[in-house]
Design a binder for this molecule. Sequence first.
Ligand code: GDD
Length: 402
Amino acid sequence: KVVAVIMVGGPTKGTRFRPLSFNTPKPLIPLAGQPMIHHPISACKKISNLAQIFLIGFYEEREFALYVSSITNELKIPVRYLKEDKPHGSAGALYYFRDRIMEEKPSHVFLLNCDVCCSFPLQGILDAHRRYGGIGTMLVIKVSAEAASQFGELIADPDTKELLHYTEKPETFVSDLINCGVYVFTSDIFNAIEEVYSQIRDTSSNYQSATRSVPADFVRLDQDILSPLAGKKQLYTYENKDFWEQIKTPGKSLKCSALYLSQFRETSPHILASGDGTNRKPTIIGDVYIHPSVKLHPTAKIGPNVSISANVRVGPGVRLISCIILDDVEIKENAVVINSIIGWKSSIGRWSRVQASGDYNDRLGITILGEAVTVEDEVAVIGSIVLQNKTLNVSVQDDIIL
Ligand code: GDD
């Protein structure tokens, strides 16, 4: 048996996702029409002998209750949310719930960060881990040297794939091989974390304050576990050859939505919309997801990279390109939305324009409307972030509307 744990963090994390994360925990914000964590969860479903999936975080239980019960029914695999009383760090959180996680005596525990977007080659990681031995195997990927410093950088033996050296977000360049935030461990990981706790207890408080900038009961997987265990034949790496992105900003979520939509094109094309403007169906370009409850006018033109959630109404002549439209939004006739995320229950007026000012990799580039924002007729909202419940009756550009 194996189990999977997904670290979902909590409300003090994900602040870069405001204003969307005001009403919805970041892990539940939809990408390609499905909550962010739905993608790793459905990848877990494909592991043979998977017994349970745990979500560990410090959000209130009720914020996950609905999702957890619906996904449990849908996948027929128990998905449980376990709430920490406070953040314990990525390894500390795992340790905190060790009894629950080990209840069914799994041989292996997968650990996934909720905020990464990839094809999650979990069975491949597990098979490789069985060949390597040791405590754990982590998914790694090569990125550009400039990008690498935002992640854990590492050196692996090219032949044995052993993790030889690990540094979390180093100031000077170490390697273009980085940690993807996806791991498999044996139950020995709990001993390794226990070891760190006893070191913290045994050494004087001077040691604690001199070498650690975090509370004594906070244990980070990367700095406190991976770095010291590197080079000891305990940890191994599995290189990801497919797509991988980290999802720290809403701009990244547009990019990740596109990646998941193109994955659907390969794995489950029936989920994607089609239409060429005839038979009272709108024109669809490229990869587009449209929830079945959406009301679309046949003269609308949609795509590529668009996902539209439940109960959205799209009027005549509307043009949508590269955007995420959340539940219950209304887009009135001849409005245009490009490189933007439109929050729940918002309304976009006739002949209005909502778009990015620059490249959508740049946080301020894309436009994000929070929940229940009203853009009146003939108003342009460009490269701006608009907080919930605002009404815009004049055009804005490169602005934050509080
Ligand atoms: N439950 C819980 N409790 N979850 C937490 C806690 C905690 O105290 N702290 C962080 N997390 C969750 C976050 O929500 C996220 O899913 C994951 O753990 C990792 O978050 P961080 O520890 O803040 O690290 P990071 O995301 O900046 O970087 C990590 O992931 C990168 C890949 O995306 C590192 O492991 C990097 O080396 C790695 O490249």
